[in-house]
Design a protein around this ligand. Structure first.
Ligand code: FNR
Length: 183
């Protein structure tokens, strides 16, 4: 059964709403489920030359960490109608060397949010495209688009809207069910 879930967050911002969503999920994880946020802000920009010349020291522990999880929850804002570069970089680092991607087969959940009513649809679906290629079975329903996220959480991470909390708990339960069928 699923036990350890990695949380990968597409924002490095201190007061990030994506981080607030991650913290809420962690605080409401069912008994026996551990959730850990993975550091991605320290990963050097991927350069394929590293395949030959040796890699930055932080890559190996990052890959080991991702490998240790039963599933991955991605929580991302949208930057310019797509996935923030910091998140894409982490995906790329984890996918290499070719043939030993640490993402392979891990069940995923995608959560996008935005401070407008557009809810990060572009980021959500660009991310799904990469996850499909990386052989990560990804929960299809319920979809998780959090619009006007600043009305759901504040920048200190406190929940402002009970409905959003209920919804996120429902999503987490659906994801864990889904992941348990896969691993
Ligand atoms: C944004 N933002 C944004 N929002 C959106 O809905 N669609 C978009 O395409 C963009 N593009 C964008 C680009 C860049 C470079 C920045 C910095 C911001 C706004 C974004 O949703 C907002 O800053 C969120 O608060 C970012 O998420 P975190 O940091 O709160 O998790």
């Amino acid at each position: 059964a699923v036990k350890n879930i990695g949380v990968v967050i597409g924002s490095l911002r201190k007061g990030s709403y994506s981080k607030a969503i991650g913290q809420y999920l962690k605080d409401h994880a069912p008994e026996g489920i551990s959730m850990e946020t993975v550091e991605i802000g320290n990963l050097s920009l991927y350069n394929q030359d590293y395949d030959e010349s040796g890699e930055p020291a932080e890559y190996a522990p990052f890959r080991q960490k991702i490998k240790s999880f039963d599933g991955i929850i991605f929580i991302t804002p949208e930057y310019n109608r797509s996935v923030p570069g910091v998140l894409k970089n982490a995906i790329d680092v984890g996918s290499r060397p070719y043939g030993s991607s640490v993402w392979d087969g891990k069940p995923a959940l995608v959560i996008s949010s935005s401070i407008s009513n557009q809810s990060g649809f572009g980021a959500n679906h660009h991310l799904r495209q990469s996850l499909a290629y990386l052989n990560m079975p990804t929960l299809a329903q319920p979809e998780v688009y959090i619009a006007n996220v600043q009305e759901c959480f504040n920048e200190e991470g406190s929940l402002l809207k009970e409905d959003s909390g209920q919804f996120l708990q429902k999503v987490l339960a659906a994801y864990l069910d889904f992941a348990n069928k896969i691993i």
